[in-house]
Ligand binder design. Structure first.
Ligand code: CA
Length: 437
């Protein structure tokens, strides 16, 4: 996907807050679903610009060739816009960029009527999610996690050939801000002779990038890797909450089930694949001695620019920190560019047996850990499965998450010669398991 006038760092908006230190300058234009705070409106598709949200359907009559795509934004989900296809998404982005630019004076009054201060809105789950697949694309995460169970042989023999994944559960995907209830489940500690059904004692987060399929594929027809990236509408931050004690007991031999499907949190803003064009980078370089991917997962262009340089951060805010008015404590910071498998490889693999993609499918990248400890994307890794608790600025310790803890993900892209863009936040507070009793 090419860099074009919508990425021009010199372009400014008449919305002043979009020109200052913001995650949502005119070069970003992420899509989400919003409604007036406290209302019971169904919600509409909006675009973030500075501290405001543009009601896209409200300006459909100013959108010329992109009018149909703009009108599809009158819905409380992005699926209808996705159905319009990549050309329409791109045309709409170009038109919104022009209409919000400081250069456009003709339509400004009309556009302004369709701007709502973000502070007056609530953001909703942006997509009606069809299927949800979660990958395992960081070799650093796979190795760190594997080492805890198989110290001598941490990486499974298939890892460098197969972008492994499991099918997860769309029904429990929630938008940022929705609290997450600590799950009950079966677990068995080493000193117990039988499992016990109880609230998870090893609740963890997993820092991931999510991506939404906007272009479907046909059942029985694999998507070639060279075309796979075209199926992606956009990206979000995704927290694949994980109950490690439940996981350790249940996952043999079929993999994650109840340890993962009780909740997944996604950020409300979907940053389009087009907005990320300037931040594409080379795919992770396989170390010497690693096998080349099989031909159906290998593509020269994908090797050259299949990676994404997105800085991802995790913060923790405990009840004690809130009580003391402390800011959230950063647990990690890393780049998505260290993922072993690219987005195109994940999608090509997903369809390589003929499994079809549908509009609104959500894919998780897997925990985005990099080589350095400071970039590890879950507590399982950071605390060595709880054996080495983290010390927080309050003097508190954390092996795993406590009730009242809030986990906050942030992400941004920055590159010389381009405007810095952000993903907004993906956050949720852990609530006690009491309501299940
Ligand atoms: Ca995961």
């Amino acid at each position: 996907m090419a860099v074009n006038e919508t990425h021009d760092p010199a372009r400014r908006s008449f919305v002043e807050s979009a020109n200052r230190d913001t995650e949502f300058p005119i070069q970003n234009l992420p899509f989400g679903v919003f409604r007036r705070r406290g209302s019971d409106e169904p919600g509409r598709v909006g675009v973030a610009i500075g501290d405001f949200i543009l009601d896209v359907a409200g300006i459909a009559d100013l959108c010329g060739g992109a009018a149909t795509a703009a009108a599809a934004c009158a819905k409380p989900r992005l699926n209808d816009l996705m159905q319009e296809g990549p050309r329409a998404w791109s045309a709409l982005r170009a038109q919104i960029s022009r209409l919000l630019s400081a250069d456009d004076v003709t339509h400004r009054a009309e556009v302004e009527k369709n701007l709502m201060p973000m502070a007056m809105t609530e953001l909703m789950l942006p997509v009606e999610i069809g299927n949800f697949t979660d990958f395992f694309a960081s070799i650093f995460h796979a190795t760190n996690a594997g080492r805890m169970f198989r110290p001598d042989n941490p990486l499974m023999p298939n890892y460098k050939y197969v972008p492994v994944a499991y099918h997860s559960r769309p029904s429990s995907v929630c938008v940022s801000g929705t609290s997450v209830q600590r799950p009950y489940g079966q677990s068995k500690s080493a000193d117990e002779s039988a499992p016990v059904y109880r609230p998870s004692r090893n609740l963890d987060y997993e820092l991931e990038l999510g991506f939404y399929v906007g272009v479907p594929s046909e059942l029985g027809v694999p998507v070639p890797i060279a075309r796979a990236a075209e199926h992606v509408f956009g990206f979000c931050l995704l927290n694949d909450w994980s109950a490690r004690d439940i996981q350790a007991w249940e996952a043999q031999p079929l993999g994650p089930f109840l340890a993962k499907n009780f909740a997944t949190t996604v950020s409300p803003w979907v940053v389009t694949a087009e907005a990320l064009a300037p931040f594409r980078t080379a795919a992770f370089a396989r170390p010497a001695g690693d096998p080349a991917p099989l031909p159906h997962l290998d593509d020269a262009a994908d090797r050259q620019e299949g990676g994404l340089d997105i800085t991802l951060e995790v913060y923790l805010l405990t009840q004690a920190m809130r009580d003391q008015n402390l800011t959230a404590h950063r647990l990690s910071r890393g780049s998505f560019a260290h993922m072993y498998w690219t987005v195109a490889q994940m999608l090509a693999h997903h369809t390589s047996n003929g499994c079809n993609l549908t509009v609104g499918d959500l894919m998780g990248s897997g925990t985005a850990s990099g080589p350095e400890r400071e970039s590890w994307g879950c507590l399982l890794e950071l605390t060595s499965r709880g054996r080495e608790p983290l010390e927080l600025p309050t003097g508190e310790k954390r092996a795993f998450l406590e009730d009242g803890d809030e986990i906050i993900f942030r992400g941004h892209c920055a590159r010389e010669g381009f405007a810095r863009i952000g993903f907004g936040e993906c956050r949720a507070v852990i609530q006690s398991a009491t309501t299940l009793k």
